[in-house]
Write a protein that binds this ligand. Structure first.
Ligand code: VG1
Ligand code: CO
Length: 544
């Protein structure tokens, strides 16, 4: 078998976003496009000769073809061993765990997460470092820099390898191990949670749950975890077979896209607990009977109840949340006497805090929750955490959340997304807001008074690196906020995200629809940013 060096030309658009490089499949299928990016990753790394690389993806269209290319390139570039999920399947959290457990040099995860899949839909590539977490900005910047000057890549000339059988074989000088990642992951969950108690809950005949895997990567993990190990009846997991196009849907666990689950949980004779996860298994949505838990509240509730769970019984070192996430977790941190860190959007910013032991739980408003057990957010982990809390407290999801609001007050929260906006107009909107920022503090807007207005800048407390322009935020004197930022994961035009939050300490006012509670702010945001005029849209594409 020969190592071939292939001459290539750079592509100019290989800048990784919030979570890796995401493009339409036909973009990735252009000659040398994937190869260029993979070689640019390798070129930005040092010291990987003979080391281990983890490879897997969420099973979407082009996953298998991409894995074949990556394996041959890894072999040609001198990796000693690759660990590949069976069938090419590896959830993002499982990949993070496998990297850590095997002291791998890093991992390549193929996913566009919650974006649709298929021949004309999205594909993505993400590089994770040896701590199991997404590459930090200095690495992704180096990858992008390499992609702009790349002139050649290396590839082993070899037939395709068998991905569907567990096994170990050689590809050139490199060892390939195809493994089943489900059992490792189940073991990890078992080490954190009280499985006996959860099993009692799920088999006691009183409690019913429903898990929607949305035809994405968590299907096999969820079947093993809930139905085989924890004893829930067969049929507990819906849409549990991963499909290359996710059955035509968006594998995005929210009230809009997880419609099968929403119908069940808000229908007659609904189960007690419902959950869904996304394309690559790192997001989660939590529902009670007729009840939706916002991701920010979920993080706050898990933090407040962490002592009930074996893996966290000794308490939390700290909490970290992304800036646009609601401040509900901050209130729990204050009560517990621990720090709550505020980071830019994207899990890569939690890595240093977790490695330094400063934070134990992390979360984002975008249905992401996780802990120091790995370095990615973890959808099924959040579901099992909730089950453990439910099993101990013997209350409904709704009761637990409402009691939480009684203790801490309620942070009304909503995110409005305007998708596929013309990029120039979206930038104009953000620039317009930036220009207004200095004049806003002290101004009265409706019944609100602006306390601060800035463009969020983050200095990493561990390595001192600075990330600027991470979202325009306008805070009011009563603790309410609105945040504007452009998505870094979309593949079509620009997506404007507007995040809205207000704080309500009074229990008597806890029963409002968030869109009503936030009504005046929604109006003010439009006046301030000229959203309707500039986007040409009279309402958001998705409200979560
Ligand atoms: C979105 C979310 C962000 C999340 C990211 C990756 O990014 O807002 O919170 O970390 O997706 O999640 P953006 O830039 O589009 O707002 V996933 O599940 O795609 O790995
Ligand atoms: Co995801």
């Amino acid at each position: 078998m020969d190592i071939r060096t292939v001459a290539t030309q750079p592509y100019s658009d290989q800048k990784p976003g919030t979570s890796g490089l995401r493009k339409k499949v036909p973009v990735f299928q252009q000659p040398n496009y994937l190869e260029n990016f993979i070689q640019s990753i390798f070129n930005s790394l040092e010291g990987y000769q003979g080391q281990t690389l983890v490879v897997g993806g969420d099973g979407r269209y082009y996953n298998r073809q991409a894995i074949q290319i990556i394996l041959k390139m890894a072999a040609a570039n001198g990796f000693g061993r690759t660990l590949v999920g069976k069938g090419g399947i590896l959830s993002t959290p499982a990949a993070s765990y496998v990297i850590r457990k095997n002291n791998a040099f890093g991992g390549i995860i193929l996913s566009a997460s919650h974006n649709p899949g298929g021949p004309h839909e999205d594909f993505g590539v993400k590089y994770n470092i040896s701590n199991g977490g997404p590459a930090p900005e200095k690495v992704t910047d180096a990858i992008f820099a390499n992609s702009k000057t790349i002139a050649e890549y290396h590839l082993l000339d070899a037939p395709d390898v068998e991905l569907d059988q567990v096994g170990r074989f050689k590809l050139g000088e490199m060892v390939v191990e195809v493994f089943d990642s489900v059992s490792d992951y189940v073991e990890l969950m078992q080490s954190l949670f009280d499985f006996d108690r959860i099993r009692q809950l799920l088999t006691g005949g009183q409690f019913r749950m429903c898990m929607d895997s949305l035809h994405a990567v968590t299907g096999p993990y969820a079947h093993a975890l809930f139905e085989e190990v924890l004893g829930a009846p067969a049929g507990t997991v819906l849409n549990g077979v991963p499909l290359e196009d996710f059955g035509g849907g968006h594998p995005d666990p929210n009230l809009v896209y997880a419609h099968d689950l929403v119908e069940i949980m808000f229908g007659a004779d609904a189960p007690d607990f419902g959950a869904a996860s996304d394309g690559d298994g790192d997001r989660n949505m939590i529902l009670g009977r007729n009840f939706f838990v916002t991701p920010s509240d979920s993080l706050a509730v898990l933090a407040a109840n962490a002592k009930l769970v074996p893996g966290y019984k000794d308490g939390l070192a700290g909490i970290a949340r992304s800036m646009p996430t609601s401040q509900a977790p901050d209130r729990v941190a204050a009560r517990l006497g621990i720090e709550c860190y505020e980071t830019p959007t994207g899990w890569k910013f939690f890595g240093n805090l977790l490695d330094a032991g400063k934070a134990t739980l992390c979360g984002e408003e975008s249905f992401g929750t996780g802990s120091n057990h790995i370095r990615e957010k973890d959808g099924l982990w959040a579901v099992v955490f909730w089950l453990n809390v439910l099993a101990v407290r013997q209350q409904s999801v709704e009761q637990i959340v409402k009691e939480h609001w009684q203790q801490f007050g309620r942070n009304y929260y909503s995110r409005h997304d305007y998708e596929a906006v013309d990029a120039e107009r979206a930038n104009k909107l953000i620039e317009g807001l930036r220009a207004k920022l200095p004049t806003l503090p002290g101004q009265k807007l409706g019944s609100y008074e602006v306390e601060y207005a800035d463009d969020f800048s983050y200095t990493d407390p561990i390595d001192g690196s600075v990330s600027q322009k991470q979202g325009v935020r306008i805070g009011f004197t009563d603790g309410s906020r609105m945040v504007f930022r452009l998505s870094g994961t979309g593949t079509q035009g620009a997506t404007l995200r507007l995040y809205l939050e207000s704080y309500e300490p009074n229990i008597a006012n806890h029963g409002l629809d968030p869109q009503v509670a936030l009504g005046e702010m929604i109006q003010l945001a439009d006046e301030l940013a000229q959203i309707k005029t500039l986007t040409g849209m009279d309402k958001p594409t998705v409200i979560t």
